[in-house]
Design a protein around this ligand. Structure first.
Ligand code: PMT
Length: 426
């Protein structure tokens, strides 16, 4: 399993002093791209508050078996079906006994019991060394292991009770590494990434408008991947049906003019601007105050040019490194190269859309791009068709060294990465 796979992980927290490490485990999993939900037992709440775990997981904590869990909106069967991995950490001696005996009288035990065979279940024991060594605990663990439950740890060392020996919960990063693999490299550590995504909505009247088929998936995938690589991400989003990735700050906008305003407010603080949004080039010259009534057989709508957001950011003095996406249906590379120059961006991703195999890029789950560089000595880089998150990862792996070189060179468009210092723009 790898962090590329974005697993849905359910973390169960039982009552043990090591529960103070559970928020760190949640963070380690989120950093590996996992979506995390937390289930707490009543005893766990004696050691740590649900609010802490809600803050790090980005979701309300699930706590109740019988009352419909109004906060999380998920019952025990839904949670068991949702999870691809369940890890109980810490798993105290009582919790292990309850799981081994197939109890279902609290939410955590019921979820584990209801988990289907393809769900990976793991426990990270944490208890006093004597309780760990007791034949009852060892029998319970053997029972769980025999059912395919992975036992992670425990480690040995000083214990909260003052004794020394086996029973310390394995460190959160080691649990996450065992379940998901190593964390992604922090290629974008300290980077402020500003990303636009989705379509714009150019109103004609209070109920109608001009828009396009962009779903936001490519921009959201870049936001998620940038976050996974350690960036702080602001996502300026047109109207889409996607949820913001955990840890990503989203600013919702409608029209191109609203998007421009939001972007220009954020851009001075950004190190990297990525324009993925399918921004309308034109908007209706007038927005009717009331719904336009049907009259003649034909009608004309006058359109006026919208501002170019990407070009505006690229023209900023000491502005961020800029990556644009050129959506083209024909002569893809030539048209994208022309936009690279006219908009004055550092890198343009040439993106075939709307024809042949690539017909479903807008709204689809996969994409392919060729990266074209302003710096003349950098060749074109073709990235093959894959799912949008993996493509986002490859784009970041390619751009991160350019960003790092620019930062070493003093930033603000005067880098030594060969992307050039003249950012006078379009
Ligand atoms: O959202 P999905 O369904 O996942 O689809 C992804 C995508 C196909 C929309 C995306 O990968 C993509 O190609 N985005 C660019 C869409 C676009 O507007 O292309 P363009 O060639 O018209 O514009 C070139 C660049 O200028 C883009 O970075 C665009 O954001 C920017 N632009 C365009 C017009 C304008 N008024 N302001 C801009 O900033």
């Amino acid at each position: 399993m790898s962090w590329h796979e974005n697993k849905r992980v359910l973390v169960g927290v039982s009552g043990a002093i090591a529960a103070y490490k559970s928020p760190a485990l949640v963070r380690c999993l989120v950093q590996r791209g996992c979506e995390v939900r937390v289930v707490m037992t009543r005893a766990a709440e004696q050691f740590i508050t649900p609010l802490t775990l809600q803050a790090v997981s980005g979701h309300p904590v699930c706590r109740h078996l019988l009352s419909a869990d109004t906060e999380s909106g998920m019952g025990h069967i839904e949670l068991a079906r949702w999870a691809e991995v369940i890890v109980v950490a810490p798993a105290g001696a009582d919790c292990i006994a309850r799981l081994a005996h197939g109890r279902a009288d609290d939410l955590l035990a019921a979820v584990v019991l209801a988990a289907a065979g393809d769900v990976e279940v793991a426990v990270a024991p944490a208890m006093n060394r004597q309780m760990w060594e007791s034949p009852a605990t060892q029998r319970n663990l053997a029972e769980l292991a025999q059912r395919g439950v992975r036992i992670i740890g425990p480690a040995a060392g000083d214990q909260a009770c003052g004794e020394t020996g086996p029973g310390r919960m394995t460190e959160p990063d080691d649990i996450a590494a065992e379940l998901i693999g190593d964390a992604p490299p922090l290629l974008l550590d300290g980077v402020e990434a500003l990303i636009t995504a989705g379509p714009t909505w150019e109103a004609l009247d209070p109920v109608r408008g001009l828009t396009n088929r962009s779903s936001g998936k490519m921009g959201y995938a870049l936001a998620r991947a940038a976050r996974d690589f350690g960036a702080r991400v602001t996502l300026v989003s047109g109207p889409v049906t996607l949820d913001a990735p955990n840890g990503v700050r989203r600013v919702d906008v409608g029209s191109a003019e609203e998007m421009l305003e939001a972007v220009m407010a954020e851009a001075p603080a950004a190190d990297w601007f990525i324009g993925v949004a399918a921004v309308a080039d034109y908007r209706p010259a007038r927005v009717a105050a009331h719904k336009i009534a049907k009259k003649d057989a034909r009608m004309r709508i006058e359109l006026v040019r919208n501002p170019d957001i990407l070009a505006a950011v690229a023209a900023m003095k000491r502005g961020p490194f800029t990556l644009g996406f050129a959506a083209e249906t024909e002569n893809v590379i030539a048209h994208a190269r022309q936009k690279l120059t006219s908009k004055g961006v550092d890198v343009m991703a040439a993106n075939q859309v709307g024809s042949g195999d690539a017909g479903d890029v807008l709204g689809g789950d996969e994409n392919a791009v060729t990266l074209l560089h302003k710096a003349p000595r950098r060749g074109d880089v073709a990235l093959e068709k894959t799912d949008k998150y993996r493509l986002a990862v490859q784009i970041i792996e390619h751009i991160a060294p350019l960003l790092a070189a620019r930062r070493r060179g003093g930033g603000g468009g005067r880098g030594n990465d060969g992307t050039g210092g003249d950012r006078s723009g379009a």
